[in-house]
Design a protein around this ligand. Structure first.
Ligand code: F6P
Length: 359
């Protein structure tokens, strides 16, 4: 193999540039030519590419975002096009593959979350040699113990909790922090434990509002006139409505999470009489500079991805298991998710100290 390309797809995550830098440097060091595909799979269909040199990756290690651009809209197998004012969806995968062929690209490194990796797997089935790298702040990709970006997001959420702590205490308020994570509670659990939250609510365990109220009241009785609650955007009350909005665009269905934190804050205020405020942390968890842990993990993933290409291992995702980077078949992650299980050690620790509930 002489020429490869790199693509970043889906929502951005701190560490994307660090993966690109490591993969480019490893590949250039072995005499390969490297192209970057712009704006995810859309750039593959639209033939938008840039050559990646040592110069293009200089200084990008600590930078958030992705120098290649990304989008979570474009799937070449179901690609949106505007015709006579209407959006129609067609299969543009053959055109995308042809663009790579024309540029002499023989293999593709795809850095993305489950949706992006699924598309990468479909291209691999069509004969394109593909290596995937697991990216997402949500840490919800199966068969890897960590995705890069997660550690940074947890750090941002922990910092937010530390800041909310002092204002909550001064104003004798209940502060609810809603964090990202889609259908997984990893960010909420880790940030909640690191930031000393009094209640941690995750999608994996529907919560009982009564238990949250009881906890706040019990703290009040002990003289603690404030409480700190972390709630994952995908969490929902027992028997309650799941706050997931589904937005259908053509044949595409987008899922919008969030809003649960505000609802809970209103309920707490009503049931306890304590002033309650909700902070939705949002995309600040995804932006900015990666932590040292994420820079190191991203670099290891980038090197391993390029080495997989050089060794001719395709149809795989690089994965972290027992602190080693290994290769797993992309097919192994299909249809699975990585969620917090009842046996999770940190969840059990949260129960032991009374901040995670069992109901
Ligand atoms: O998957 C990463 C993530 O940030 C989720 O935590 C969140 O639900 C979603 O993406 C937000 O997506 P968007 O960038 O489309 O608002």
């Amino acid at each position: 193999i002489k020429t490869i390309a790199i693509l970043t797809g889906g929502g951005d995550a701190p560490g994307l540039n660090a993966v690109i830098r490591a993969a480019v440097r490893t590949a250039l060091g072995r005499g390969l030519t490297v192209w970057g595909i712009k704006n995810g799979f859309g750039g593959m269909v639209e033939n938008k590419m840039m050559q990646l040199t040592d110069e293009s990756v200089a200084g990008i290690l600590p930078r958030g975002g992705t120098i290649l651009g990304t989008t979570n809209r474009d799937n070449p197998f179901n690609y949106p096009q505007t015709q006579a004012g209407a959006v129609i969806y067609t299969d543009m995968s053959a055109r995308a593959l042809n663009n790579l062929r024309q540029a002499g690209i023989e293999a593709l490194i795809v850095i993305g979350g489950d949706g992006t990796i699924k598309i990468a797997g479909e291209f691999h089935q069509l004969g394109l040699p593909v290596v995937a790298v697991p990216k997402t702040i949500d840490n919800d990709i199966p068969v890897t113990e960590r995705t890069f970006g997660f550690d940074t997001a947890v750090g941002v959420a922990t910092d937010a909790l530390d800041r909310l702590h002092t204002t909550a205490e001064s104003h004798h308020r209940v502060m609810v922090l809603e964090v990202m994570g889609r259908y997984a509670g990893w960010i909420a659990l880790h940030a909640g434990m690191a930031g000393g939250a009094d209640c941690i609510l995750i999608p994996e365990i529907p919560f009982n509002t009564g238990s949250v109220i009881a906890k706040i009241k019990e703290r009040q009785q002990r003289g603690r006139q404030f409480s700190l609650i972390v709630i994952a955007e995908g969490a929902h009350a027992l028997g309650g409505e799941i706050s997931i909005a589904r937005i259908v665009e053509g044949s595409h269905e987008k899922v919008r999470l969030g809003g649960i934190g505000e609802k809970l804050a209103r309920e707490i205020e009503e049931l306890t009489g304590m002033e309650s405020r909700c902070t939705v942390l949002g995309h600040v968890q995804r932006g900015g500079t990666p932590t040292a842990f994420d820079r190191v993990l991203s670099t290891r993933y980038g090197v391993a991805a390029a080495q997989s290409v050089l060794a001719g291992h395709f149809g795989i995702m690089v994965s972290l298991q027992k602190n080693r980077i290994i290769r797993v078949p992309i097919a192994d992650i299909a249809g699975k998710a990585n969620n917090i299980t009842p046996e999770d050690e940190l969840l059990l620790a949260g129960r032991a100290i009374g901040v995670c509930f069992g109901d």
